[in-house]
Design a binder for this molecule. Structure first.
Ligand SMILES: [Zn+2]
Length: 402
């Protein structure tokens, strides 16, 4: 709808696959020590992991890490929250087989420390089925909370914990879609430059996905808005793509690539931004592309002299990588990830409970990000396209699969 409001009538969703089981992390998410003192805990659980169906309170008990320790406490385990060793002593934790026994003996869940003040959320849905859902509650709390719990337990105080995690599974299959919107080319509409980012984000308590990858999404959309507003009529199509399933393994972009095999030769390049709140500081390119890219970013550097751009030469186009441009590089279509330049601390908010408030780089309004992406997309489209440059250096043959 937003793309359509810019005048891009081609905006649509495009199915790329399905998920066997859905996961909803409801709004009710709380964790606290309730005795001997009240303390709110910052925590997370993996996505696609079970919740509590209401507040679940129980005594905390230090994790038995050997069969002997297990025998000594086995009568106390049912209905208890088990507290694992601190992150610095992770190797001392109960081995997997012993952990399974703890769950069989009826523990409410197992609590580990993230080892820092950030808790990081992940998770996977591959291999799940609705009649065989995970049942083991696995909770991560930040280091200071873990220290507070363990200190009391080590002094033999009685500690009670309460978790309320409104996590539910949704029967699948659930269809999955990317968002696609084209400014259709006037002369070669089937050739294209792709400007992209990913719509999905991890959903741990406190996370809003602003950093990864709301920022990339708004800069792609802002590029679309500015290009439409300017009335530009590109010869080739500029395609805006907002992927889903990125966090589970670039699934949406890989699905797109497989679905559009006939288009591989027609995609000049893919411009991806998945690096948070900093500004677009340039691109890593191979030698034969450098001059084209220098020309493409020159107007951006001129328009925003305070935000210098650079082209860095690399020996070869990367094949792998940790964001959606890699899905294209894997099949020989040049995909680029913007160099992120600026002051924001990406690691502070990446997949964690910390919001980017206060670390959003105030010097870089969204319109500048959009402008820089729009300019580069347009200039790549205008005769600087790698596909038609006659230079095979930009394309590598698709990897052989056995
Ligand atoms: Zn991302």
């Amino acid at each position: 709808e937003k793309f359509k409001s810019f005048g891009i009538e081609t905006a649509r969703i495009e199915e790329w696959g399905e998920m066997p089981v859905g996961f909803q992390r409801g709004p009710r998410q709380s964790a606290k020590m309730v005795a001997p003192a009240v303390r709110e805990l910052e925590f997370t659980t993996p996505s696609w992991s079970p919740g509590t169906e209401g507040p679940l309170r129980g005594p905390a008990i230090l994790e038995p890490t050997t069969e002997e320790e297990l025998a000594a406490v086995s009568a106390k385990l049912s209905g208890a929250w088990v507290v694992a060793p601190p992150a610095s002593e992770r190797r001392r934790a109960a081995p997997a087989q012993l952990q399974r026994k703890l769950y069989e003996l009826g523990i409410l869940g197992r609590i580990t420390s993230s080892g820092s003040e950030r808790v990081t959320t992940g998770g996977r849905f591959t291999g799940l089925s609705f009649d065989n859902l995970p049942t083991e509650r696995r909770i991560t709390v930040r280091k200071s909370d873990m220290d507070a719990i363990r200190e009391r337990l080590e002094r033999a105080e009685k500690v009670e914990l309460e978790f309320d995690m409104d996590n539910t599974f949704v029967p699948g299959p659930i269809k999955l879609y990317n968002v696609i919107a084209d400014i259709v080319g006037t002369e070669r509409p089937d050739e294209m430059v792709i400007v992209c980012a990913h719509l999905d984000s991890w959903d741990g308590p406190g996370s809003v996905g602003a950093n990864d990858n709301g920022t990339g999404v708004v800069s792609a959309m802002e590029a679309a808005r500015i290009l439409m507003k300017s009335g530009v009529k590109p010869k080739r199509t500029i395609r805006f793509a907002l992927w889903t399933g990125e966090e589970q393994g670039l699934l949406g972009s890989r699905g797109y690539v497989q679905k559009h095999k006939d288009d591989w030769d027609k995609i000049s390049l893919v411009l991806n931004d998945d690096g948070g709140t900093n500004y677009h500081g340039g691109y890593h390119v191979i030698e034969s592309m450098a001059e084209m890219f220098r020309q493409a970013i020159a107007p951006v550097s001129e328009a925003f002299p305070d935000l210098p751009q650079r082209i860095e030469i690399v020996a070869q186009m990367p094949r792998g990588g940790s964001s959606d441009h890699a899905s294209f590089n894997m099949v020989g279509v040049p995909g680029f990830y913007t160099i992120e330049a600026g002051r924001a601390d990406y690691g502070h908010v990446w997949h964690t409970q910390k919001r980017p408030t206060g670390v959003l780089d105030p010097g870089v309004p969204c319109s500048i990000l959009g402008r820089s992406r729009g300019d580069v997309a347009l200039l790549c489209e205008r005769g600087l396209t790698l596909a038609t440059s006659g230079d095979a250096g930009g394309r590598s043959p698709p990897p052989q699969r056995s």
